[in-house]
Design a protein around this ligand. Sequence first.
Ligand code: NAG
Ligand code: NAG
Ligand code: NAG
Ligand code: NAG
Ligand code: NAG
Ligand code: NAG
Ligand code: NAG
Ligand code: NAG
Ligand code: NAG
Ligand code: NAG
Ligand code: NAG
Ligand code: NAG
Length: 360
Amino acid sequence: MGNFSLSFALSILLLHSFALSLMNSSTDKHALISFKNSITYDPYAILSTSWSQNTSVCSWIGVSCGLKHRRVTALNLSGYDLAGTVAPHLGNLSFLRYLDISFNSFTGTLPSELSKLRRLKVMNVGVNSYTGEIPTWLGSLPQLEELYLNNNTFLGWLPSDMCNNTPNIKLLELDFNGLEGHIPSNIWKCKHLEILSLNFNTFSGKIPRAIGNTSMLRVLSLAYNNFTGNIPANIWKCKHLEYLALNNNNLSGNIPRAIGNTSMLTQLFLSYNNFTGELPQEISALPILEVLDVFKNLLYGSIPSSIYNISTLTWDGWFRRTVQNRTGLSGSVPNGSGSSKIVTGSSVGPNFVDYNGGTR
Ligand SMILES: *[C@@H]1O[C@H](CO)[C@@H](O)[C@H](O)[C@H]1NC(C)=O
Ligand SMILES: *[C@@H]1O[C@H](CO)[C@@H](O)[C@H](O)[C@H]1NC(C)=O
Ligand SMILES: *[C@@H]1O[C@H](CO)[C@@H](O)[C@H](O)[C@H]1NC(C)=O
Ligand SMILES: *[C@@H]1O[C@H](CO)[C@@H](O)[C@H](O)[C@H]1NC(C)=O
Ligand SMILES: *[C@@H]1O[C@H](CO)[C@@H](O)[C@H](O)[C@H]1NC(C)=O
Ligand SMILES: *[C@@H]1O[C@H](CO)[C@@H](O)[C@H](O)[C@H]1NC(C)=O
Ligand SMILES: *[C@@H]1O[C@H](CO)[C@@H](O)[C@H](O)[C@H]1NC(C)=O
Ligand SMILES: *[C@@H]1O[C@H](CO)[C@@H](O)[C@H](O)[C@H]1NC(C)=O
Ligand SMILES: *[C@@H]1O[C@H](CO)[C@@H](O)[C@H](O)[C@H]1NC(C)=O
Ligand SMILES: *[C@@H]1O[C@H](CO)[C@@H](O)[C@H](O)[C@H]1NC(C)=O
Ligand SMILES: *[C@@H]1O[C@H](CO)[C@@H](O)[C@H](O)[C@H]1NC(C)=O
Ligand SMILES: CC(=O)N[C@H]1CO[C@H](CO)[C@@H](O)[C@@H]1O
């Protein structure tokens, strides 16, 4: 405790003197000019026309400043097709809270100087061509709430201490990379995690039991990986779970009865695994379930008739993907679609776009 408050006080002191004595708005301009100089392709001439030496950085396209101190608080250059690397000088934007350079063609690795951005809340570098391992310093940005690294070629394992020093992280979006290995079991230390999206990587091993202790979880999307073992029983403790996609993995075991406890669940994707046993009756206790996708498993038995009472379920999608495709389940669906609301769009498959980047 003593150690902690001492180092806390020290870092506050350091940050303050750092920010006050070294950094001012001309540092911000210097940092952004260096950033501009490392851009090799600017097809819409965003930087070459707007980012002019003789104007205030606060008037530049993509730059926002604080009202009083006129320091740069946001840099948003999403979708301008820029290419190049990210200059380490960006780490000098000590008041930066939002960094969004998604949907460009940035290459190389993320410079470690970005670890100096102690106020950063949102970092979106999704849909670029970054590579290398996920930098461990990302796990030490104390204010970080949203991190998007999707659609790059990040490699290797998640840092094992990932959740130790990012107490505020709410969203981790890592879809479409070359990541592998296990989900660190200290994931529960990310106490505010609401969205965890790891689709389309080659993660393996078991889904850690600790996932049940990330009690704020709303979206858990682990599809198209190589996870094995059972669904951890703890997962049904996540009371806020709305979207669970575990499809296209190597999971096995029964679909647990406790599934009936996640009453906020609207979309459940379990297809293309090795789940066995019967579809539990408790599924019909999910009052707002819209999509139930259990196609291509080793399930047997009959479809609990109480399922037909879930008025939100989209019968056409469910029917197509389970009964018609002969999963082994027997039973029939109601004549016509009758009272059921039909939303064909969401019944075709996981809507990855919803949780993919969040910027488009
Ligand atoms: C900003 O800092 C630089 C050096 O870090 C210094 O040369 C310059 O005078 C400072 N500008 C203002 C307005 O304080
Ligand atoms: C800023 O400098 C550019 C040349 O670099 C010039 O064309 C432009 O007129 C200047 N703008 C102002 C407001 O001085
Ligand atoms: C800004 O960052 C660069 C590279 O990280 C560094 O060389 C420079 O001294 C820093 N400070 C200022 C005031 O620009
Ligand atoms: C991410 O990459 C995948 C595969 O290349 C692609 O299908 C998807 O559209 C990309 N997502 C975005 C948001 O660009
Ligand atoms: C999860 O929380 C429970 C209490 O709610 C605790 O007993 C257990 O040790 C925690 N598990 C992990 C892996 O943190
Ligand atoms: C999945 O993991 C198993 C071993 O656990 C391995 O044999 C298999 O090649 C992996 N599949 C993929 C697609 O990585
Ligand atoms: C599932 O696991 C088995 C046994 O480890 C392995 O042979 C198979 O390739 C895995 N399937 C996938 C899709 O990874
Ligand atoms: C199911 O298990 C068998 C072996 O028991 C394995 O060959 C197959 O790849 C598994 N299927 C999936 C989708 O994991
Ligand atoms: C969760 O579901 C199980 C099995 O259906 C049940 O015994 C248990 O009481 C439920 N727990 C909560 C907290 O609702
Ligand atoms: C479905 O709901 C109706 C009326 O709400 C009820 O009478 C019936 O028992 C329910 N069926 C099942 C199988 O739960
Ligand atoms: C950046 O701009 C895009 C397009 O205007 C917007 O959708 C996105 O939310 C912005 N990013 C941040 C972090 O504010
Ligand atoms: C044999 C069969 O009916 N296959 C269908 C399974 O479901 C998919 C859609 O999820 C259809 O495209 C297939 O035709």
